[in-house]
Design a protein around this ligand. Structure first.
Ligand SMILES: Nc1ncnc2c1ncn2[C@@H]1O[C@H](COP(=O)(O)OP(=O)(O)OP(=O)(O)O)[C@@H](O)[C@H]1O
Ligand SMILES: [Mg+2]
Length: 265
């Protein structure tokens, strides 16, 4: 359902040569693939998601979603098929707007008509229904501004909003990293439920190797702009974090050296 063909993406770094953030990346996702994406700082994980979402154009290569070449499509045009949740709960929701206004905006995402603030009565029932599935009592707080919610509640709402207009693909960029461990676990469980219910394909970036192996159906590791490992179940089910690090060593001839990753391993 998602196809990347030989994608290159570089950024200009002050003077002279550009920095290659994605170096000839090819990737093919089947419907309902749930891929966890790992790799050290600067490996190109966020750039991969941004290129898929159309945040920046590629230098060369193709992005194909559901058989359609979207390489030239701007971000807003891809938004009807792609949902996103970021690390910062503030980024996915508008604090000064109410819960229902945020959800109305999410429902209209990807439509070409303007984003009015109006909320229709029929949509309100749909919002309530969806919110109650979170089990956080937010269905009774539709008219409260989102800035009153906790970080975890806000991230749960962001997740719901990302999937409200039934996208085909969900992109999660370290979406639990800013939360305390217990809330992070809850949001991860919620993510697993939402993905299952929506039959979504997922790319989920995490720096937690154990989590990367524990959730989803497939794990890719990026390094210096390349995909250096790609393992799927059932092989992946048997793997431990040390197997993963060993496989990286075999593939690259060097040890992974990233404190943030290894501290959590
Ligand atoms: N908007 C940008 N402008 C310039 N350079 C960028 C931009 N976005 C990313 N880069 C560069 O591209 C490379 C890959 O960055 P990217 O953000 O994709 O890494 P990452 O794997 O997500 O890392 P992290 O784990 O730190 O989030 C880095 O060298 C980064 O400095
Ligand atoms: Mg990143």
């Amino acid at each position: 359902m998602l196809e990347l063909n030989s994608v290159h993406k570089s950024f200009q770094s002050g003077m002279g040569n550009g920095r290659l953030a994605l170096d000839n990346v090819s990737l093919s996702l089947q419907p309902e693939d749930f891929v966890t994406v790992i790799g050290s700082n600067g490996a190109g994980k966020s750039t991969l998601l941004n290129v898929i979402a159309g945040v920046f154009p590629v230098d060369s290569g193709q992005v194909i979603i559901d058989g359609q070449d979207v390489t030239g499509w701007p971000e807003h045009r891809r938004a009807s098929v792609i949902g996103r949740v970021f690390q910062d709960p503030m980024q996915g929701t508008a604090g000064s707007m109410t819960i229902e206004e945020n959800m109305a905006m999410a429902l209209k995402r990807g439509e070409r008509r303007g984003l009015s603030r109006g909320v229709l009565a029929k949509d309100r029932d749909y919002f309530r229904q969806n919110l109650s599935s979170l089990g956080l009592g937010l269905e009774d707080r539709l008219l409260e501004p989102v800035k009153l919610l906790s970080g975890g509640q806000r991230q749960a709402l962001a997740l719901l909003m990302a999937t409200l207009s039934k996208p085909k693909l969900l992109l999660l960029d370290e979406h639990t990293a800013a939360l305390d461990p217990r809330t992070a676990r809850e949001i991860q469980e919620l993510t697993n439920d939402v993905v299952k219910r929506g039959n979504l394909s997922v790319l989920m970036v995490t720096h937690n190797l154990r989590l990367a192996l524990a959730v989803g159906t497939r794990t890719i590791m990026m390094h210096e702009g390349e995909i250096v490992l790609d393992v799927s179940d059932p092989e992946r089910c048997e793997m431990t974090v040390s197997d993963l690090l060993e496989r990286f060593h075999d593939a690259r001839g060097e040890r992974l050296s990233d404190d943030r990753i290894l501290l959590e391993a």
